[in-house]
Design a binder for this molecule. Structure first.
Ligand SMILES: [Zn+2]
Length: 315
């Protein structure tokens, strides 16, 4: 696990995330694909019926050869309604994904839907980039999305976020809703109050508290302003940090140094191996995945690697 270049760590690149803490509100919902976490007893055809997709469409969107799915599995649910190859729908898909209108009686329309199946293309770098065929972080159990119009990312980023929250709720089913701050806008690019968050690989995430503070999760709350739920905080951080060795995993986490110390010491007191803690935290010896940045006393900034084999995305 390595530290990041001075440019990416410059206080300005990240300090502005903090400003995002203050503003609320979202424009109207735009149509986009989504994710579904399989519940016990669910089948592909049941999920298909509910979402207007055929089993074939669900298999294609999730690279499934068979129909076997399991509880807790995260599935991509494409926006299937009206797949009529060149009709009104493919015009919409074309518009959604920046493709031509497919007004040729079907061929191009189908092509559009094929392209649409390829999700979450991150272009360029987080501080100078864009996003194509974005994946939306859907509303889900256990978290609150502060700004819907900034809830777009690459597929692997969205999947990791959902999985990390699920992992915490599995261990601590009674935790309060978690505040999810900005990812990227639908087509990426510059986002006010941020210098990064431009290419679908960044997300700001709030904290877990013993008692949900007033105004949370609509707004982030600092770790100095309410008593943290340290077991849940460790579980969340661990759920993200343990992906750092995997190809599509976490690339960096930014968090206030004093808060790193709190979580580090709690984990150490609860028999988490020091070797693992040192590989995670900049505290106390200066190396590690989790780095201090100013203004990260009320949220984690999590950055994911470029998707494997993705040549357009730069780390
Ligand atoms: Zn951020």
């Amino acid at each position: 696990m390595v530290g990041l270049s001075p440019v990416m760590r410059s206080p300005l690149v990240l300090a502005l995330c903090a400003a995002a803490t203050l503003v609320a509100g979202a424009p109207s919902r735009a149509q986009a694909d989504s994710m579904h976490v399989v519940e016990s007893g669910e089948t592909l055809s049941k999920i298909g019926k509910r979402s207007g997709c055929t089993v074939k469409q669900l298999q294609r969107a999730n690279d499934l050869s068979g129909t076997t799915i399991y509880e807790g599995q995260t599935l991509i649910v494409p926006d299937c309604e009206g797949e009529d190859g060149g009709g009104k729908k493919s015009k919409k898909v074309a518009a959604d994904y920046g493709l031509d209108d497919g007004a040729d009686g079907g061929k191009r329309g189908k092509a559009n839907l094929k392209v649409a199946a390829k999700k979450g293309q991150s272009i360029g770098a987080p501080w100078s980039g864009s996003l194509q065929n974005a994946m939306r972080l859907p509303a889900g159990k256990g978290y609150y999305i502060r700004r819907e119009h900034r809830a777009f990312g690459t597929t692997h980023a969205v999947k990791h976020i959902i999985k990390a929250i699920q992992a915490v709720r599995k261990r601590f089913p009674r935790v309060h809703k978690l505040a999810i701050g900005d990812l990227s806008e639908k087509r990426g690019g510059e986002v006010s109050l941020h210098r990064s968050h431009q290419s679908g690989r960044d997300v700001d995430i709030g904290f877990y508290f013993k008692k949900r503070p007033k105004g949370y999760p609509e707004n982030f709350v600092g770790f100095e302003d309410a008593e943290l739920d340290l077991p849940a905080m460790w579980a969340l951080l661990h759920a993200f940090a343990r992906t750092a060795d995997s190809p599509n995993g976490v690339q960096a986490i930014y968090l206030d140094y004093a808060l790193q110390k709190k979580i580090y010491n709690w984990a150490k007191d609860h028999d988490v191996p020091t070797k693992l803690l040192d590989s995670y935290f900049e505290y106390p010896d200066g190396t590690g995945l989790v780095r201090h940045e100013d203004n990260h006393h009320d949220h984690f900034h999590i950055r994911f690697k470029c998707p494997e084999k993705d040549t357009k995305c730069t780390n």
